[in-house]
Design a protein around this ligand. Structure first.
Ligand code: NAD
Length: 274
């Protein structure tokens, strides 16, 4: 059985919409995009579209590829103090002249709906999460929707980025799984992945995970997004892995959940400001 994202995302977006109706006002989400990365452009327009559907006012702020760090920090400052903006994100990646860590640290933690401020990442690791990055949050929603128990299970996360791998490992640990985090320097990846009852893959390499690397009956969540000849593909070889395990497809899996969980974070930010 494929672990489809759509039913989970639809439920979350419905709950967000109901939450917004209860609030009595439209929460404001601002999205900052710098430069002309084509994938970022697509992601931002889909976030704005989903926001509007959920009753959230989404606004895009676009700076040119040549924007300086000071210009971006000034925009972040304006959004920090704008009371009509309940939460905002700076779409990554940023052009090389801008230090992304510095920008993320400049965002007020109470508006950091991407959960990438060190305070929010720290709270997550401390077991007291506030805003959690939307992609790993979406994976947890998927596990819960498909009634995949985490407590006491062997979970393996492949990838250790601040946006996906690390918060994913922290969430699974907080949910009482026994967690291993694998990465580019891991020796014999298959030896680790074969132990996983829950395997989350967030690397960006098509077909990195094949059938023989996966345990029979495992739940495999494919976070990877790769573009091959204009088509989207994940990091998991769906054909061989789906014969042994439940797998989330790409497209149609985690991607939809990321956007839905971002809206969940925006609603939370607005509820706290009420
Ligand atoms: P990243 O490049 O920051 O991190 C990739 C990680 O993979 C690194 O930690 C690295 O150590 C690890 N890695 C690289 N080669 C490896 C190998 N051979 N074996 C094991 N580990 C290896 O990327 P990211 O931002 O974490 O994103 C990962 C993937 O997830 C990308 O394909 C990205 O497009 C996708 N993504 C999807 C969503 C979504 O909504 N579905 C959201 C964010 C990212």
């Amino acid at each position: 059985m494929a672990l489809e994202g759509k039913p989970v995302a639809d439920r979350i977006l419905k709950e967000v919409k109901e939450g917004v109706e209860e609030l009595g006002f439209s929460p404001g989400l601002a999205i900052v995009r710098v430069g002309d990365d084509p994938a970022s452009k697509v992601y931002v327009s889909s976030k704005i579209k989903r926001a509007e559907e959920a009753g959230i006012k989404g606004t895009e702020h676009h700076l040119p590829e040549t924007a300086t760090e000071a210009e971006l920090l000034e925009l972040v400052h304006q959004l920090n103090i704008d009371s009509s903006v309940h939460g905002f994100i700076v779409q990554l990646p940023l052009p090389p002249q801008i230090n992304a860590e510095k920008v993320l640290e400049f965002i007020y933690p109470e508006k950091d709906v991407d959960g990438l401020h060190p305070l929010n990442l720290g709270k997550l690791v401390a077991g007291d999460p506030h805003f959690v990055p939307a992609t790993p949050l979406g994976v947890m929603e998927m596990l819960s929707h498909y009634k995949i128990e985490t407590a006491g299970k062997n979970a393996v996360v492949v990838g250790r980025s601040n946006m996906v791998g690390k918060p994913m490992s922290a969430l699974l640990l907080n949910a009482n799984a026994t967690v291993e985090t694998c990465h580019s320097r891991t020796k014999d990846l298959a030896e680790h992945t074969r132990r996983a009852e829950i395997l989350v893959v967030a690397v960006g390499k098509p077909k990195l995970i094949t059938g023989e690397m996966v345990r029979e009956g495992a739940a495999v969540i494919d976070v990877g997004i790769n573009r091959i000849e204009g088509k989207l593909a994940g990091d998991v070889d769906f054909e061989t892995v789906s014969k042994k395990a439940r797998v989330s497809p790409v497209p149609g899996g985690v991607g939809k959940l990321t956007v839905a969980c971002l809206m969940k974070n925006v609603l939370k930010a607005a509820q706290e400001k009420k």
